[in-house]
Design a protein around this ligand. Structure first.
Ligand code: FNR
Length: 435
């Protein structure tokens, strides 16, 4: 009796399943060409990436090795770059429950400017190597989510291009080189184009030892060698775009009269842009020439942050340049609380380095950062899928941030404080411990 019932049930299931399968195959076949085209489009592939790590893998497949290493690489043994991520991961977030929060408030203000999300696009030089839209694409991605973009003086798109093509909140980052006339001209252009604050990068007394770039023979502009041709052939789509719309030299280099023909190792180019003699007195020189707020990027010591506060600097970025400079520096997140304790009441403190997940932003904000900057995460997106990929990177970070806040029981960015954070290391090696 029961065997008979089972047999009937199987027959009914089969009868229902086979037509369903046939229907699905018919639909799949009829939409196959469109779906296939969509699947193969770079932007679409990036759209399907579920997190920043997946965008990184996709990005590595889309751009030549030398370009990927330029983004992904760091100084020396890349210990500091690794620490940025591992120390963020080592922190635990202790959720608060039954808060009844329905509407999340991700807004924050930076230097009086209201932002819908606590995320800034970090200044990155030569972004046009990754995709010809370069800084414009990243700025648009950040702006459309309600964040602020910081344009690098080593950027491959001009101050005016970025301002006109992505007219959202923006600051200008500068490397102060020995040619102060050039510095002044960049400041004038940035002010005229509506960049509201000046970010002065102070951790590049000399270019860090980026060993991947050296091994790859990375020069600016790229030199045509057997190796670069071989790499280019393996990435035909990138190569076709690069050849038709090359974005090679930075605006600072072009203004300084650099020639596109003169290939130089990247480190040499960076060194020509930075004055190793730069000191605190130069901050005064900049303040006299920039009639807006100044932010120092690359602060890791509380005493340096205090000095900045004494000089009337408006903000500091706790940063080790994504591990691309001193490869022994502590992770940004591990020193953030000390800097906040020293100057949090006097100036604004931001943080960058190792942000790959929305929850990383929660951790940094809970430890006192007003906002996070993101460098590589957005560049992986740009490499993976051009402008759509950069937008995907931003939306992944923001969605993850929202989910993490919801699950942590934090209704707003303003609410986050150290009570949310515990150090997951049993030996208390780094980070913050709850009292
Ligand atoms: C950078 N960074 C950087 N910083 C700066 O002040 N001026 C610049 O021109 C550049 N250029 C640059 C290029 C590339 C390819 C990278 C990856 C980084 C450092 C950047 O602003 C930021 O400090 C780090 O990227 C933060 O670390 P994550 O987010 O990349 O881990």
């Amino acid at each position: 009796m029961s065997a008979q019932r089972n047999g009937r049930a199987r027959a009914v299931t089969r009868a229902g399943f086979l037509p369903m399968l046939a229907r699905q195959v018919r639909t799949d076949l009829s939409t196959a060409p469109v779906a296939l085209r969509r699947r193969l489009a770079a932007g679409a592939r990036a759209q399907r990436a579920g997190n920043i790590a997946e965008l990184r893998v996709l990005g590595a497949r889309r751009v030549p090795r030398t370009v990927f290493d330029y983004i992904d690489g760091a100084a020396g043994d890349e210990l500091t770059a690794e620490r940025n991520q591992t120390d963020l991961r080592a922190l635990a977030v202790i959720p608060r429950v039954l808060t009844g929060t329905v509407d999340l408030d991700l807004t924050t203000t930076v230097l009086g400017q209201r932002l819908a999300i606590p995320l800034l696009g970090a200044p990155t030089g030569l972004t046009g190597l990754v995709h010809h839209d370069g800084e414009v694409a990243v700025a648009r991605a950040v702006h459309s989510a309600g964040g602020l973009y910081v344009l690098s003086s080593a950027g491959s798109r001009s101050i005016d291009d970025v301002a006109q093509m992505s007219p959202g909140p923006r600051w200008f980052q500068i490397y102060v080189g020995p040619d102060r006339g050039l510095v002044q001209s960049l400041l004038g252009r940035a002010r005229a184009a509506g960049y509201s604050a000046l970010m002065v990068t102070v951790d590049v007394a000399q270019a860090g030892a980026r060993e991947r770039d050296r091994r790859n023979g990375f020069t600016m502009p790229p030199r045509v060698t057997a190796r670069s041709i071989a790499q280019g052939l393996r990435r035909p789509r990138w190569s076709a775009e690069f050849i038709s719309r090359p974005r090679i030299l930075s605006q600072a280099a072009l203004l300084a009269g650099a020639s596109e023909a003169a290939a130089r190792p990247l480190a040499e180019m960076i060194n020509s842009q930075f004055d190793p003699a730069l000191s605190w007195t130069d901050i005064g020189w900049l303040q006299e020439r920039w009639d807006g707020p100044i932010v120092l990027k690359g602060i890791l010591r509380a005493a340096d942050a205090e000095q900045a506060a004494r000089l009337g600097v408006a903000g500091v970025v706790v940063s080790n340049h994504g591990g691309r400079q001193l490869d022994a520096a502590p992770s940004s997140i591990s020193v953030l609380p000390r800097v906040v304790d020293a100057v949090g009441g006097e100036l604004e403190v931001y943080m960058d380095g190792g942000v790959r997940r929305g929850v990383d932003i929660v951790k940094a904000l809970a430890l006192g950062a007003r906002a996070c900057l993101s460098g590589r995460a957005l560049l992986y997106g740009l490499a993976a899928g051009g402008p759509a990929g950069a937008a995907r990177a931003v939306s992944l970070l923001v969605d993850e941030l929202s989910l993490a806040m919801t699950l942590a029981g934090a209704g707003s960015v303003a609410e986050l404080d150290r009570s949310w954070i515990a150090n997951a290391h049993s030996d208390g090696r780094t980070g913050w411990s709850t009292e």
